[in-house]
Design a protein around this ligand. Structure first.
Ligand SMILES: Cc1ncc(COP(=O)(O)O)c(C=O)c1O
Length: 464
């Protein structure tokens, strides 16, 4: 128990604090032990014109030392590309007593949720819901349809395609990779060529990440499907929508996808903890003949249990409460409006990046991600140093560069429960962070983004 005394750095930029003598308790209880609190509120604006170099060293950087506590006020800006911000409505929905998962009330809710998932994934077929992160649903797709020694074709678009490939390899799946530079999506023409060359139909599945969260590139799944059809190849099509479902248009049935993998913590505006497999009839057929051992992930047991509104094991009841609410919120807004909102925010974020004179990782305008904008930092600058300063000074988390983009890029997540002013706060934090980190850039990114948001003709606004 400590009394807190809020202190700001002195005008000289030295470490001696201006003591504001705001005596208050850290935990709401009376105490006699003094503690100093360094905060950055208000200090930044006073220092920036004259003392940039001192500012980098001392001002605004929260300090954690013996007897010193950092106070962050307001909401943390969680601008990583997922987990995304969970709306209060969804949090409140979870904050309920857990109910009997074999009782009638639960079954009624389960049917509602399963129907809702079908609408979100764009399918009339079952959508399996697992109490796991997205990685579990990756595994479920493989163990339910493939057999050890099978071959698959994977388009390497970024870190998540690499991780999925590694997971498949652990199940003795041979992965033929179409390598890429991580700045473009899956190329339908390459997929078509590989499948056309596979006369003996050794390739059992094509695996694509719809929205590569590590690069901010969205692949065109409908084009991949058409390429597979042109090659007249019977391979299954697996698509990872962990960071696209609920925020980017997606049509499991219409695009002829066989297994769609999803996750709860991004476009679905939920905490991490649920994952999904939407499955085609062809995938279900494959699951009846494949020889890969599995138990927990088995589709057929779950599909049977789902028919009576239950699961073969204890489901994540309170996360299902959250899912029900999240689906209601998406449908109240209207999926079309949700997708348009994401497109519009992404366009504004890219306008900012352009005005800063920086480059997005994605180089194909037809593949820009509506949910995440990954930004390259100039050679010899460290994107993680910039992220660290942005977190320390502005209480905002940005996505780190993953895999080979580590240190070379940062990612701005603009997905899920998000609005114009949250985007403007985010971009302001980025612009100030670039300045603090000494990353060469032009001013005016925030203004450029505002222009996009004000231009109502750029994207239709959601109809209330
Ligand atoms: C596109 C994509 N696929 C798969 C995953 C893995 O999901 P999880 O971390 O929930 O296991 C992620 C996580 O960020 C992702 O973005």
């Amino acid at each position: 128990m400590h009394a807190a005394r809020e202190s700001l750095p002195a005008a000289s930029g030295a470490e001696s604090p201006i003591n504001l003598d705001l005596h208050r308790t850290k935990d709401g209880m009376k105490t006699v032990d003094p503690i100093q609190v360094y905060g950055c509120v208000g200090a930044f604006s006073r220092y920036i014109p004259a003392r940039k170099s001192a500012l980098k060293r001392t001002v605004c950087t929260p300090q954690i030392k013996d007897g010193t506590m950092v106070v962050q006020t307001g909401r943390h800006f969680l601008q990583i590309p997922g987990p995304s911000n969970v709306p209060d409505r969804v949090l409140r929905a979870m904050d309920m007593p857990t109910i009997d998962h074999r009782g009638p009330e639960f079954a009624e809710m389960a049917f509602d949720i399963m129907d809702g998932c079908k609408r979100i994934f764009g399918t009339k077929n079952p959508v399996l819901i697992y109490p796991s992160s997205g990685t579990g649903a990756w595994e479920a797709a493989i163990v339910n349809t493939l057999s050890p020694g099978d071959k698959v074709l994977m388009a390497e678009t970024g870190q998540f395609s690499v991780l999925w490939r590694q997971l498949a390899a652990r199940f003795q799946i041979e992965v033929e990779t179409i390598s890429g530079d991580w700045r473009r999506g899956a190329k339908a023409v390459d997929i078509e060529a590989r499948l056309a060359a596979d006369k003996g139909h050794a390739i059992k599945a094509v695996m694509i990440v719809h929205n590569e969260t590590s690069t901010g590139v969205t692949s065109r799944i409908d084009e991949v499907r058409k390429a597979m059809d042109r090659a007249r190849h019977p391979a299954l099509l697996f698509v990872d929508t962990v960071s696209s479902i609920g925020s980017i248009d997606y049509q499991h049935d219409a695009w002829g996808v066989d297994v769609t993998v999803g996750g709860s913590q991004k476009g679905l505006m939920m905490p991490p903890g649920l994952s999904f497999n939407a499955v085609s009839n062809k995938a279900i057929e494959a699951s009846k003949n494949n020889t890969m051992p599995r138990s927990y992930w088995d589709w057929n047991e779950a599909i049977n249990a789902n028919k009576s509104g239950s699961w073969p094991y204890t489901p994540a009841t309170n996360l299902l409460f959250a899912l029900k609410e999240a689906i209601a919120m998406l449908e109240e807004e209207g999926l079309e409006n949700v997708f348009a909102r994401h497109e519009r925010h992404a366009a504004a974020a890219r306008a900012a990046v352009r005005a800063w004179g920086l480059e997005t990782v994605c180089v194909d305008a037809g593949e820009y991600s509506p949910v995440t904008t990954a930004v390259m930092v100039p050679e010899s600058h460290d994107a993680d140093y910039f992220r660290k300063l942005t977190l320390e000074n502005f209480n905002m988390s940005l996505g780190t560069g993953l895999g080979k983009l580590k240190g070379r890029a940062f990612r701005i997540g603009h997905l899920g429960y998000f609005n114009d002013l949250m985007l403007m706060g985010t971009l302001s934090g980025v612009e100030m962070g670039l300045d603090l980190a000494g990353i060469p850039h032009k001013v005016g990114g925030v203004l450029a983004a505002m222009d996009v948001l004000k231009g109502k003709d750029v994207m239709k606004l959601a109809v209330a």
